[in-house]
Design a binder for this molecule. Structure first.
Ligand SMILES: Cc1ncc(COP(=O)(O)O)c(C=O)c1O
Length: 405
């Protein structure tokens, strides 16, 4: 069986993990600090806070901006549930917008989705391809949209417009107009969940990149406190001399990342740009080349004049098939020993969102892309032979289900 995903583990990762366990310090401490510094190097954003997941990072960012019941936050209909749940957790309403053919939120539909209640937009870099950030900023900075913004609280007043919070869970290492993800929005969130390009098993990071007059260092310090129950000192700081006394200055969350998890990601991220990302790119090229021979195969958008993906998920689409034909193709591929996936079921197809009144009929392209999509395995340990075999299985399954040959 070829699994859909395998975490990247080598001796350096095992050594760093064991060293961390033996060091006597396993929760938030020096390894998290190193991981934050490595992300800062990749993104060019100086203030990066690691937390326990991208889900909690999104919630924390919206909480910081003062999103509350009665507010609206715009998200794409085509994403993982965590994007929408972060909005629901704050009692606000997700306003779903359809996507374009390239899976990114359709910026042409943004302005009409914005109301006086809109506080944030969460573009999602699906599969690692950055959204159209320039267009998104053009919309929120336009006179008409700015005049609709009704700020409440210091942070909203200071920004004076809708917050752009990038769900970059998939896109560490991607580029937009030559600029790295993490630096493309006011705040960006990465995920280090088990199947991501860099993984700490579970984890997330917040890149704080707010414009003047915000003091991003101050915001980092504040969010760090909020992520530690609102304590003025984390456990590590308390071990430094007679530093036992602390205060609780904010009703915070407990969402810090432990060193034991950070140590896995630290050892991976140090070889990400030189080794892991280039191999992912090679795997995409091998798939692209193989599927060029089949006029029914649509390769995913990976590189345009403006964008380059992080090569996170290979979103293969198959022309002119129905959702159930796609499901049969997936079953056939599994039968031949390859595990594939679908990214994603659009949110209006899931029970929680259906019960809230969202209807898939309102999101034509989200449904279309979903119904013809199959995500193929991408991870550095795959060999070229594995890729050939996966392609062979897809072709065989297509021919069988569509009755060709
Ligand atoms: C687009 C997107 N956003 C957010 C998340 C949440 O990430 P995490 O599992 O780190 O909370 C995921 C997880 O897969 C995701 O795919």
């Amino acid at each position: 069986m070829i699994p859909f995903y395998l975490p990247y583990v080598n001796d350096d990762i095992i050594d760093n993990l064991i060293e961390t366990i033996k060091s006597g310090w396993i929760t938030t401490g020096p390894q998290v600090k190193i991981l934050q510094e490595e992300i800062a190097i990749i993104t060019g954003v100086n203030h990066v806070l690691c937390v326990n997941s991208a889900s909690s990072a999104l919630t924390l960012a919206l909480h910081w901006f003062g999103v509350k019941p009665g507010d609206e936050v715009i998200i794409p209909a085509y994403t993982f549930a965590a994007t929408a749940l972060s909005v629901l957790h704050l009692g606000a309403k997700p306003i779903m917008v359809d996507i374009k053919d390239d899976f990114c939120i359709d910026t042409a539909n943004l302005a009409s989705a914005i109301t006086e209640k809109t506080k944030a937009i969460i573009p999602v870099d699906i599969a690692g391809l950055p959204c159209d950030y320039n267009e998104i900023y053009d919309v929120v900075n336009s006179k008409e949209i700015r005049s609709k913004f009704q700020p409440l609280g210091d942070n909203q007043k200071k920004l004076g417009r809708i917050l752009i919070l990038s769900d970059a869970a998939h896109s560490l290492g991607a580029k937009y107009h030559g600029r790295p993800t993490g630096s493309l929005a006011d705040i960006s969130v990465f995920s280090f969940h088990a199947v991501k390009n860099i993984s700490s098993a579970e984890g997330g990071a917040i890149c704080i990149n707010l414009p003047q007059p915000f003091d991003n260092k101050k915001i980092y310090d504040f969010l760090r406190v909020v992520s530690f129950n609102g304590q003025t000192k984390d456990a590590y700081a308390k071990t430094m001399g007679a530093e036992w006394k602390y205060d609780i200055i904010y009703p915070g969350y407990k969402i810090n990342m432990p060193d034991i998890l950070a140590s896995i990601a630290v050892a991976q991220i140090q070889v990400y740009k030189k080794k892991l990302l280039p191999r992912r790119k090679e795997i995409f090229s091998l798939y692209d080349k193989a599927f060029e021979n089949y006029d029914w195969a649509i390769a995913p958008p990976t590189r345009t004049k403006k964008k380059e993906t992080s090569y996170h998920v290979y979103l293969l689409r198959i022309k002119d098939i129905t959702e159930s034909q796609r499901d049969f193709i997936i079953e056939e591929i599994f039968r031949n020993g390859v595990s594939v996936n679908v990214h994603f079921q659009p949110l209006p197809m899931l029970t929680v969102f259906k019960n809230l009144g969202y209807k898939i009929e309102d999101y034509r392209l989200s449904y279309k892309n979903y119904s013809i999509e199959i995500s193929l395995p991408v991870y550095p340990q795959l060999t070229n032979e594995n890729i050939s075999y996966i392609v062979e299985c897809v072709v065989k399954a297509y021919n069988k289900v569509l009755g060709k040959k």
